[in-house]
Design a protein around this ligand. Structure first.
Ligand code: NAD
Length: 246
């Protein structure tokens, strides 16, 4: 494993443009479970609460669960070593950007600047009637759904619900990164969630080397991964940070 980590570090040092691509696995050691799998959130909650039409028609029911998962629970999570190492890599010029499928705000909390949030961010809200945006800090969360102070419309957390499109800016920035990066560093993602899952394939087609960190094999491991660093994100990223002399 040490050899593989050193090889990965060399590739990153020589790269002109490296992009990280993260999924739920990078936040597992911050205490946030993934959606799928044995201990995943969908084994406890019904994903219907994140369907846009359901949220609009039964906001009270949806909101109760959304608040419990994404605010009472996610809200307390802190970035872990893996988030911190990515932020350090960016500060040292070894990482251009992070494309994340996560909505937990932990890359920003860790200090990353160039973050493309493919599925939005739970720290932002949008009014479904007038489109006004709000920050979490400006809203008082109660057991009832929040409403817009300007027009009275229902406020929706500004992350992607089932049935919604990808935020345009994050989408185009991610495609651009996939078209122009020498290295893609995948951390904690199965590669099962479309269309995000296609980004690493596009990067590979455009010549990027793929370094993958995951506890398990993913859809990428046997198809496009060049170096598979199997293990927990915090442990592997700590070793990578030593190998990069961060
Ligand atoms: P996913 O594709 O994000 O997969 C999770 C992956 O993480 C799996 O491959 C698993 O083997 C790996 N993993 C688990 N623990 C790990 C660890 N300690 N270190 C490294 N890898 C680890 O799948 P999902 O959970 O079904 O998510 C679906 C979508 O919902 C994704 O877009 C995901 O990002 C999003 N989601 C976000 C959050 C969050 O914001 N933290 C939480 C759950 C889901």
């Amino acid at each position: 494993m040490r050899n593989k980590i050193e090889t990965a570090a060399e590739i990153i040092k020589l790269s002109k443009k490296t992009t990280a691509f993260t999924g739920a696995g990078i936040s597992v050691e911050s205490g946030i479970p993934p959606f799928r799998g044995k201990n995943g959130l969908w084994s406890k909650y019904d994903p219907i609460i994140l369907e846009l039409d359901y949220f609009k028609s039964k906001p009270e029911e949806s909101w109760k669960v959304i608040k419990e998962i994404f605010y009472d629970f996610f809200g307390k999570a802190k970035p872990n070593t893996a988030h911190n190492v990515l932020a350090k890599m960016e500060a040292k010029g070894l990482l251009n950007s992070v494309i994340t499928q996560n909505i937990d705000n932990l890359h920003y909390k860790a200090g990353s600047k160039n973050v493309y949030e493919f599925h939005g961010n739970s720290n932002n809200f949008v009014c479904l009637k007038c489109g006004e945006k709000f920050k979490l800090a400006d809203i008082v969360l109660t057991d009832n759904p929040p409403y817009c102070e300007k027009c009275g419309g229902l406020l929706k957390p500004d992350f992607i619900f089932f049935g919604e499109g990808i935020p345009a800016k994050a989408y185009s920035a991610s495609i651009e990164a996939a078209n122009t990066s020498d290295v893609f560093l995948l951390i904690g993602t199965t590669g099962e969630v479309m269309p995000a899952s296609q980004i690493p394939f596009l990067a590979k087609q455009n010549g990027a080397k793929i370094i993958e960190v995951n506890t398990e094999m993913s859809n990428y491991t046997n198809s496009i991964t060049d170096i598979f660093l199997q293990g927990k994100a915090t442990e592997i990223m700590k070793e990578l940070s030593f190998a990069l002399s961060l």
